[in-house]
Design a protein around this ligand. Sequence first.
Ligand code: FUL
Length: 491
Amino acid sequence: MAKIWCSLWIIAFFQLCTCTFPKLEQVPTPPLPILPLPTYAQLKWQQREIIMFLHFGVNTFTDSEWGTGHESPGIFNPVGLDANQWARTASDAGISLMILTAKHHDGFCLWPSKYTDHSVTNSPWRNGHGDVVHELVDAANPRGIDVGLYLSPWDRHDRRYGHEIAYNQYYLAQLQELLSRYGGVREIWFDGNKGKNAPNMSYYFTDWFSMVKELQSSINIFSDAGPDVRWVGNEQGFAGSTCWSTINRTSLSIGNASIEDYLNKGDPKGTDWLPAECDVSIRDGWFWHKSESPKRLSKLLEIYYNSVGRNCVLLLNVPPNPTGLIADEDVQRLREFRSAIDAIFSTNLAEKCSIKVSSRRGGKGGGFGPENMLDNDHLWTYWAPRDDEKESHWIEFRSTGSDEGLRFNVIRIQEAIGLGQRIKRHEIYVDGKRVVNGTTVGHKRLHRLGGGVVHGKIVRIKIGDSRGLPLISSIGLHFDPFWHPIGQPSQ
Ligand code: FUL
């Protein structure tokens, strides 16, 4: 009898509990990341998409690309220099970071360094009281534009070059000036290039990098081998059609031509997050030359698709002229470039479609549905399939109109890279016909359709292979009126 009473009490207790406390629904959590991951500064850098490079110095006045180091500071006199015009040009082009050559290979310093007399201080410009770095910072910051600096390790002027300790100390002293006098510096550029006959000398990169991080905690350090941003391996502005932000830093060294292909593609097995930056000039040369003019809009767009559209950042050089201004034709071309990008990507035809996916993490209302691919957050809201969905992850967009369907020639896919870069292979079909056979995606993958404009009702994206589950933060179907693929190879 006691046993029966006891059981009845237990049943009653459980019933009471379930009536009083409704069953707790667990909110689905984000999936585990796949390492390596970007740092906060690297994520911010990637979102900039386009950065402006400014090559300016004595070469601007001598019509050369590499100065000898024997130029007289007396030739530097940009009488109309207006850094506000540079910053306005950047701002109108939607650019949020400008990187200036504070010192190029010729050793001439655009700021009054106390460690050399080879600087603006000995030039007629502003009667020797000028400071280009300062003027750039003052023009950029109020417009919400950040500043980065290039300080060439190869110095053809300074006599300490070739004397290892003395030169490394000199270089570190200049780094300290640049990174402590001008407020926040968001990127520092260590160019590994030097002439074949340059004296043999080691650079103390480890010391330099530590000093940089000590003085600027949210800076990104660029060099061939990072540690935060890597070179893409060429100066044409083209990343590999497969491009991983991951790579093995131990396989990299600075100024080593044999790794250019590795830099161009990255490495799916890489243990370091080290995304690539594509540096290219709007003109043929890095410095301004009277005989040169800006690249055509179609060329700039091709560069955009092959850099930003391949998971990289585009570092576009726009050289000021001897007056100290960005030439009108370059300003104009940059405006056209920005309005073309805006025109192409401001309309997303996928928004007019119904979407189906292979599965969704946490079911309906779980927070990882396909609607996340059409919102404005291209990083932290994303579609995720179910943990147990092994292969054949897919997304399908179906035109809801009764007309002839969608008309587009560009497909955009973005991964939620905050949780790692994952996708290795993907294919895209329009009404059952394959139009893209692609590999990596990363922050942004843009496919310009080699066959031209597509009219279709059903667009299906299949993720063939990935490191873990694919997480997709955004998808776009766009129309690019500037794309005429006659004779162009398919991507
Ligand atoms: C190269 C340099 O030699 C060029 O002059 C230019 O600065 C380019 C961005 O990097 O290595």
